[in-house]
Design a protein around this ligand. Structure first.
Ligand SMILES: [Zn+2]
Length: 449
């Protein structure tokens, strides 16, 4: 398998540390608002990664975190805490907000039939690990204290700029916004924040003799170390994580534990909706429920996501989603045929599809291969469905006895040249979700939607 590794900025052949247990960590959502399609596209791409690894014969252990501890709105250590903001907006406590939206996220995750991670780690369950990590960094001299927290001194971690190819000199010259005079270097970040007297922050833990809470980047380092051990195989995230969040994760983990954090780093690009960034004010962050109300299943959305490559910019629109839905229906009607005619096992085609996916998860090219297939067996489609998780077989319910009876009656009416009756029956069949097609080798049923 070849994967594009952000760390080396090139395609590399994947070599796991232990093929029986490939260790993967995925940065999860901050659970403070309703999860939308922009959040889920990433998890669809990483779901494909897991499916391809499994098809290649690897065992996988994956950890996904849920950021249920408040962290700040912006990557700099200022601004308003997202969870506190969510709590105020809804009149709930921060704990309730986190619980509610974590539930919503997991519900939609299940609706998309994404493979469940082996561990779903809630940040608030790892506060002791966070404190231990800060202790280790303090002992090793990587931190300093300011009036508002414990900061990581990026100048002490000499390869800090390497991962994202940061130009720290330019950063220093260019950015003066939010620069705390107590910070030694502009890129320094809080590993622990203190809550000032009178400051409203419901999530708080006593550490260093005062109330505080972990810095945002810290939880990923703590969870990885607790659940997966030292060096992991693959770390995934969004491309916006590269310059700050993942750069900071690497700095604090590698400084504390003295080993490489991850051998491979995969980043997906984000999607826009009708050419615009998803934002609250535009109200363009469709949820799966919004799509369902417009007649689209979670699988139609998944199909849409996988039509593009994880490293390419994607623009979502309901029209393009309709295109994905139509394509999925065409595949399902190939499966309908497979139920009614003996088909090819398509072993070579399955191999070709898998080889294409092994080339840096090239799902659009794999889809182009599938579009071309004709007369494949049910078994072929089952393998395709295992690779992509598009719910093709789940939906591919065959006509029940009632529909079969209508189909047979229509055929008899047609033979008897009672075309009015045959048309009437055709309508009844259609109302039950099926269409009848007369072909050179006899009639076949197809799906309507
Ligand atoms: Zn993370």
């Amino acid at each position: 398998m070849k994967l594009y590794n952000t760390a080396s900025r090139r395609l590399e052949t994947f070599k796991p540390i232990n093929p029986a247990e490939v260790k993967i960590y995925t940065c999860g959502p901050t659970v403070y608002s309703m999860p939308h399609i922009g959040n889920f596209a990433a998890y669809v791409y990483w779901d494909l990664l897991i499916r391809v690894l499994r098809a290649d014969g690897y065992g996988v252990k994956r950890v996904l975190n849920l950021t249920d501890v408040g962290h700040l709105s912006s990557d700099s250590d200022d601004g308003e805490d997202k969870l506190e903001k969510g709590a105020r907006a809804t009149g709930r406590t921060v704990w309730e907000v986190a619980e509610y939206f974590a539930g919503k996220f997991l519900e939609d995750y299940a609706k998309l039939e994404l493979i469940q991670p082996e561990v779903i780690a809630r940040a608030t369950d790892y506060i002791a690990e966070d404190e231990a990590l800060v202790e280790l960094l303090r002992e090793k001299g990587y931190t300093y204290e300011t009036s508002d927290g414990v900061y990581f001194d990026t100048s002490k971690f000499t390869r800090y700029a390497d991962f994202a190819d940061l130009k720290l000199d330019q950063l220093r010259a260019g950015a003066r916004v939010n620069f705390s005079s107590e910070k030694r270097n502009l890129a320094d970040f809080a590993v622990w924040k203190f809550i000032r007297p009178g400051e409203k922050h419901d999530m708080r833990w006593e550490y260093l003799d005062r109330p505080g809470y972990p810095g945002w980047h810290l939880e990923c380092s703590s969870i990885i170390h607790a659940e997966l051990g030292e060096t992991i195989d693959i770390h995934t995230g969004g491309v916006d994580h590269v310059p700050v969040h993942h750069t900071d994760e690497i700095a604090q983990s590698e400084a504390a534990f003295g080993v490489k954090l991850s051998n491979y780093w995969l980043h997906c690009k984000h999607l826009t909706v009708n050419g615009e960034k998803i934002s609250k004010s535009l109200g363009n962050g469709y949820t799966l429920t919004d799509l369902a109300e417009r007649g689209f299943s979670p699988f139609d959305f998944k199909m849409w996501v996988l039509q593009g490559h994880y490293q390419s910019e994607r623009d979502f629109s309901l029209e393009s989603l309709q295109g994905a839905k139509n394509r999925r229906l065409a595949w399902r009607n190939q499966i309908a045929l497979a139920y009614q005619r003996t088909g090819d096992d398509g072993k070579e085609t399955v191999d070709e599809i898998l080889a294409t996916l092994n080339d840096n998860l090239n799902s659009p090219a794999a889809f182009a291969i599938i579009d071309q297939v004709k007369g494949m067996s049910v078994e072929f489609w089952r393998q395709v469905d295992d690779l992509f998780g598009l719910g093709l077989m789940v939906d591919a319910l065959q006509p029940n006895a009632e529909v079969m009876d209508l189909l047979n009656q229509r055929e008899m009416a047609r033979i008897a040249k009672d075309f009015a009756r045959a048309d009437q029956l055709r309508d009844q069949i259609f109302a039950r979700g099926f269409r009848v097609l007369d072909t050179a080798s006899g009639w076949v049923w197809q799906y309507v939607a």
